[in-house]
Structures are given as structure tokens and as C-alpha cells.
Design a protein around this ligand. Structure first.
Ligand code: CU
Length: 155
């Protein structure tokens, strides 16, 4: 979706409507609770992403629609790093994010996770819903340019 800006006041009303639409962005999965409830969590597939300077291993993920997943984001590096993928997180039914033995976070969707240096870990439990190839990247300094960018393909 392309967002346009209308500087001309003659089209202000039309522009305001479109900008309001843009502000909400691509919508997230609103019936996540039903999808999460119907998924087979006994057959959860674990996917581990190891985060280092300046890479994700593996860099590209392939996930199946309808499968229950636990995505382990493990920072084995000496710096804090992000696993930012706003479009991907809106294409999945989110069950919860977990910081083992410390916290369980429940939200309709996320935009980004920051995993702290020297063995920080966040686990995301979810079910892929919308097919597509989504970009994931680190937003700290020049980490993305240095190689912290990958894809998550849902099919
Ligand atoms: Cu980084």
C-alpha cells in the first residue's frame, strides 16, 4: 500500500481520509484467538534463530500456514539486537511471547523484539496465517547494512 501526502488544501478532505487509512497500516489478524485455539500445540515446531554480529542464522526462514511454531530468538552476541518484522508479525496469529522464567506477554501482534546481548532470549508462539515473503532486520545503528537482514516466507 502506498501512502500519499496531499499538500494542496483543495484535496484536504480526500487526503485526510486516505492518510487516516494509511495511519492504521496493514491490518493484523483479528481472529487470532480462534486460530491459536484450533492449532495443534502438541506438534509445535521449534525454529531457532541465532543472533550475532552482524547476522541471523538462519537468515531466511520458511514457515507453513496453519502450523504451530515456537520461534526462539537467541542473542549469542556482544551487542543488543532487534528482530524487527512488522509485516510478518501482522501475518500471524500470535499466541504469546515469552521470556523464560521471567515473563509471558500477550498482545494482538508485535512490531519488533529487542533481544539483549550475552544470551538474551525471547520465544514467540504463533501460527502463520497470510502467505508472503516478509523482511526481518535489526534497527540498531548500521547493523542492517552490515548484514542483519533476512526474510521470513510463509506458504
Ligand atoms: Cu543488531
Amino acid at each position: 500500500m502506498t501512502c500519499s501526502f496531499f499538500p494542496n488544501s483543495a484535496v484536504f478532505v480526500l487526503g485526510a481520509g486516505l492518510i487516516a487509512g494509511c495511519a492504521s497500516g496493514p491490518s493484523y489478524i483479528t481472529n487470532s484467538a480462534d486460530i491459536v485455539k484450533a492449532a495443534d500445540w502438541k506438534n509445535t515446531q521449534t525454529v531457532t534463530v541465532k543472533i550475532t554480529e552482524h547476522d541471523y542464522t538462519p537468515r531466511n526462514l520458511k514457515l507453513k500456514i496453519g502450523q504451530a511454531y515456537k520461534l526462539e530468538m537467541k542473542n549469542m552476541g556482544d551487542k543488543d539486537h532487534y528482530y524487527t518484522a512488522p509485516d510478518f508479525y501482522k501475518a500471524i496469529a500470535t499466541r504469546k511471547a515469552m521470556v523464560n522464567k521471567f515473563a509471558e506477554i500477550k498482545a494482538p501482534y508485535f512490531d519488533a523484539f529487542e533481544i539483549l546481548k550475552k544470551s538474551g532470549q525471547i520465544d514467540l508462539y504463533f501460527v502463520p496465517v497470510k502467505a508472503g515473503t516478509y523482511t526481518v532486520y535489526c534497527t540498531i545503528d548500521d547493523h542492517r547494512e552490515k548484514g542483519m537482514e533476512g526474510t521470513i516466507t510463509v506458504e
